[in-house]
Design a protein around this ligand. Structure first.
Ligand code: AMP
Length: 216
């Protein structure tokens, strides 16, 4: 089964993908994580992408498509993938259709996580993560059990994403509305779009996703 998680930044795509992937044996493919890996390694792609990411814009389609193509090919023998943060433009969606066709695969569901803009701004400006293992936290709703110590790996170093600054969050939201929201009618027309309220607790949203995927 191949699934897309669609929604604005901070709508919970990454968090939900991590929960769902184990349950269904699917592989999470996050283009944001792939780009951050390239930035950390200081590759040419990473250096080019970082400027755009820091400004809250979208990395050009050709770069993203080439990057995801190789990951899709590597995942060919998996039970399926959860695409998290891809596609983000109509060009990427059309390229995805062709890549899946070449691989003889289908797209089974597009889950749209619906979250109001005000909540997005609040969520993103409150989030931080462990600098060592990447475990995600939120200043209001989820701090480590032992203050200042990561629940997962015990590290005491934490960091905030460069693009989670308030002015960049607004730009990322504008990019979502202008360039990614047009994918909603595109997938609705194909009959595979499932909208879901993404404003509940992590467990509630997870249950909602589960009930959509169970019947696919
Ligand atoms: P994310 O972690 O998914 O919020 O992605 C972080 C940033 O990486 C985005 O704000 C974009 O600058 C860039 N990015 C991630 N995925 C894509 C994509 N599919 N197309 C263009 N840019 C992307």
């Amino acid at each position: 089964m191949n699934v897309i998680f669609l929604g604005p930044p901070g709508s919970g795509k990454g968090t939900q993908a991590k929960h769902i992937q184990d349950h269904y044996g699917l592989k999470q493919l996050s283009t944001g994580d792939m780009l951050r890996e390239q930035v950390a390694k200081q590759t040419d792609l990473g250096l080019q992408a970082k400027r755009i990411m820091d400004e809250g814009g979208l990395v050009p389609d050709q770069m993203i498509i080439a990057m995801i193509r190789s990951k899709l090919e590597q995942a060919e023998n998996q039970k399926g993938v959860i695409l998290d943060g891809f596609p983000r433009t109509l060009g990427q969606a059309e390229a995805l259709d062709s890549m899946l066709q070449e691989l003889g695969k289908a797209l089974h569901a597009v889950i749209e996580l619906q979250v109001d803009d005000e909540l997005i701004v609040r969520r993103l400006s409150e989030r931080y993560s462990c600098a060592s293992c990447g475990e995600g936290y939120n200043r209001t709703s989820r701090n480590p059990v032992k203050s200042g110590v990561c629940d997962r790996c015990g590290s005491t170093e934490f960091s905030v994403r460069d693009d989670d600054k308030p002015e960049t969050i607004r730009k990322r939201l504008s990019a979502y509305h202008a360039q990614t929201a047009p994918l909603l009618p595109f997938y609705k027309q194909k009959g595979i779009l499932s909208p879901l309220n993404g404003m509940g607790t992590i467990e509630e949203v997870c249950k909602g996703i589960d009930s959509i995927l169970k019947v696919k």
